[in-house]
Design a protein around this ligand. Structure first.
Ligand code: ATP
Ligand code: FE
Length: 338
């Protein structure tokens, strides 16, 4: 089975080819146009997708060493994401599938992030979580604890009631003047700083839910106060600030995750989404594996932020179940798991 995956939900245009779950190619064009605006501009994003989608798919097929006639199906992100961005991907998929007379397969973007764990590096690769497992899904738009019973059966045990973890990191780094997206910059600075230098407000929400807006506000007020006392404060202490911010967020994430593991008794624990690229979070997972006997699953860096390989991964499972999509479906911009 050869599956072409297409991802265009936000600001990355990506195409990938999997052969029976094994990765053959994964090509992503990131959009630099948004950097000047400090965030993703939807109209610019859809225009860039229009320009990128054909060359990116071309590259993905070329690197996979196959022709488009060999494809079994086209899997695409139906949602959630930006409407204009999604439309480029779904319309390309429709045209491509129709011209080749092969089925198309819709994929939920969040399900894709979770199922990135099932991409095989080669035929012998068997390092994947057994069902059921717990997955901490942390990205730019979502922070959820998910119980994964099967590729198509996911229960959200808890989620953020306001900002996502990635969103909080991006907003705080913007306050520090570090540009967009801030996640990777904070990560780099944090490695050289003291994580216990500063404290920020801790959330107080029930169950397995998260909240990051209080932390964000407390971070902003601290910055304002420090800058008033010393205009160069951020510049002089950016490593310590970044390390403390990262530490606070990782702490919040792991606390509820421990609770979920304890309550479900499931100690197979995965992490997914853009924030799972964060080294502080990855270290915390290793620490928990040692301390609490968890079996942990951490994705390759290239499968953490948006990519089409994860879309093709879900696409392959759906293909095996003959779960195809009609040609006349619309995209959806909200909704988490169907
Ligand atoms: P969603 O998947 O919820 O729709 P999205 O697709 O925009 O949102 P992703 O691409 O999965 O989100 O992740 C992007 C987020 O990951 C951004 O907030 C970014 O700052 C964050 N991020 C990326 N790398 C790192 C890192 N090394 N450390 C911390 N955060 C990071
Ligand atoms: Fe994403």
């Amino acid at each position: 089975i050869y599956i072409l995956g297409i991802e265009s939900s936000c600001d990355d245009t990506s195409a990938a080819v999997l052969k029976n779950h094994v990765i053959l190619s994964n090509v992503t064009a990131s959009q630099d146009v948004h950097k000047a605006y400090g965030g993703v501009v939807p109209e610019l994003a859809s225009r860039a997708h229009q320009q990128n989608v054909v060359p990116v798919v071309d590259q993905a097929l070329k690197r996979a060493g196959i022709t488009k006639e060999q494809l079994s199906a086209v899997a695409f992100t139906r949602g959630p994401g930006l409407m204009g961005s999604l439309l480029v991907g779904v319309n390309f998929a429709k045209g491509f599938a129709r011209s080749l007379n092969i089925p198309m397969i819709e994929v939920n973007h969040l399900q894709g992030h979770v199922m990135a764990h099932f991409i095989k590096e080669n035929e012998e690769d068997n390092h994947m979580p057994p069902f059921p497992f717990i997955c901490l899904l942390v990205s730019g738009g979502n922070s959820q604890i998910v119980k994964v019973n099967a590729y198509n059966d996911m229960e959200v045990l808890g989620q953020t009631i306001d900002d996502a973890a990635g969103e909080a990191i991006d907003k705080c780094s913007k306050v520090m003047g570090l540009g967009y997206p801030g996640g990777p910059v904070i990560d780099r600075l944090a490695r050289q700083g003291n994580p216990l230098a500063y404290q920020f407000a801790e959330p107080n929400v029930g169950g397995f839910d998260y909240s990051f807006s209080g932390l964000k506000t407390s971070f902003l007020y601290s910055m304002r106060k420090w800058i008033q006392e010393d205009p160069d404060f951020i510049e002089h202490h950016k490593e310590d600030i970044a390390a403390s911010l990262e530490h606070a967020i990782v702490d919040i994430l792991m606390k509820k995750l421990r609770l979920a593991v304890r309550q479900t008794g499931i100690r197979q624990v995965a992490v997914a989404g853009g924030v799972s690229a964060n080294n502080g979070l990855r270290n915390a997972f290793h620490d928990h594996a040692e301390r609490y006997g968890w079996t942990i699953y951490i994705p390759k860096f290239s499968y953490t932020t948006d990519n089409a390989a994860m879309i093709a991964s879900v696409g392959t499972f759906k293909y095996e179940d003959r779960d195809f999509t009609r040609m006349d479906i619309p995209v959806f911009s909200k909704v988490t798991f169907e």
